[in-house]
Design a protein around this ligand. Sequence first.
Ligand SMILES: Nc1ncnc2c1ncn2[C@@H]1O[C@H](COP(=O)(O)OP(=O)(O)O)[C@@H](O)[C@H]1O
Ligand SMILES: CC(C)(COP(=O)(O)O)[C@@H](O)C(=O)NCCC(=O)O
Length: 381
Amino acid sequence: MEKDGIRENLDEKDSNIMLPKPSLDEFSHLSLDIGGSLIKVVYFSSNSNCLVDDNGMRSPEDSLEVSNSNSNWPFLSGRLHFAKFETSKINDCLEFISSKQLHYCGSRHHEAPAGDKNVIKATGGGAYKFADLFKEKLGVSLDKVDEMDCLVAGANFLLKAVHPEAFTYMDGQKGYVQIDHNDLYPYLLVNIGSGVSMIKVDGDGKFERVSGTSVGGGTFWGLGRLLTKCKSFDELLKLSHQGNNRVIDMLVGDIYGGMDYSKIGLSSTAIASSFGKAVSENKELEDYRPEDVSRSLLRMISNNIGQISYLNALRFGLKRIFFGGFFIRSHAYTMDTISVAVHFWSKGEAKAMFLRHEGFLGALGAFMSYEKHDLEDLIAH
Ligand SMILES: Nc1ncnc2c1ncn2[C@@H]1O[C@H](COP(=O)(O)OP(=O)(O)O)[C@@H](O)[C@H]1O
Ligand SMILES: CC(C)(COP(=O)(O)O)[C@@H](O)C(=O)NCCC(=O)O
């Protein structure tokens, strides 16, 4: 669902039809991805009709049906649920888990001492940082799963099992991509979270993290918050809709008296220097509209990530680049900028693609790391 170019949160409570709350024991296998900015939660309900969020409201986009045909576990059939919380508000997440009794939805270690029986699969740095807190507040142990392993497992699962999952975005047009399972690898996975990881994926569990950059989603939100005084990420993103980056960015035409620099392939409207105009004008931050600042920042960061991604794809001869992570938020301008950067630098050779479940790759990968016997054991309970 798109609203002003921003796809609504997968966990947003926007919808309408009241359904009875499911009984708690319908839920199973909770997994977590505790990142630098956001905590992503995935859990399963065996009742595939169970489209209910924590307000008891029917929510069409916060879940995904898993059937025998698309699951890695043919005995599993039901629905995957998705939710997210700001990492700085981890107590909200703990309350959510507790209210749904999801902390009983891990694997059970029968032989373990009483306090260590419930074990939840968790990835991301927060699985280390907050392990004691989960133990203290919910009495669960976090079974730590490697973040890169999880990102790749989540991406491979979505690309193979969910259709439509991947799409291109150019000039305001979304085009869903049919994935040929026999021709999926190799590809470059670019996960834009707080920071950015670039992973060359060669198969199931076969990958190498080939690059990364610290200029990522945390940079956009952090710098943007300081420069615009916005109170939320979505507010900052929304501001960028009304902004004009040319007010702050120095264009080729600004330097070349309105002309293209065609000899090196630069049009007069290409950005020569992000934020470059702010140097030559006798203005203070207050003299710029927050809308324009937000737009320039979003463009600078998206462009930079698109360019570094392309260079890594070129390094390894990869034609397909899939972008994930919550920085993207299915935001039109972000996707357009990344796509244009990849298209421009690769002269149309490489393709940027986006994923519908962009921010949940790691949490899905952690979910998939439950052993088959854990899942069967849970179902038996
Ligand atoms: N509600 C939100 N609050 C904070 N950041 C958000 C929000 N929605 C999207 N973002 C963006 O997503 C980024 C985090 O993406 P994510 O994939 O969850 O990474 P991480 O695992 O590092 O938390 C943030 O840095 C920010 O750019
Ligand atoms: C350290 C991280 C893997 C953590 O993941 P995140 O919480 O940002 O999703 C990521 O922030 C990252 O890859 N940063 C870039 C570091 C670098 O290559 O310079």
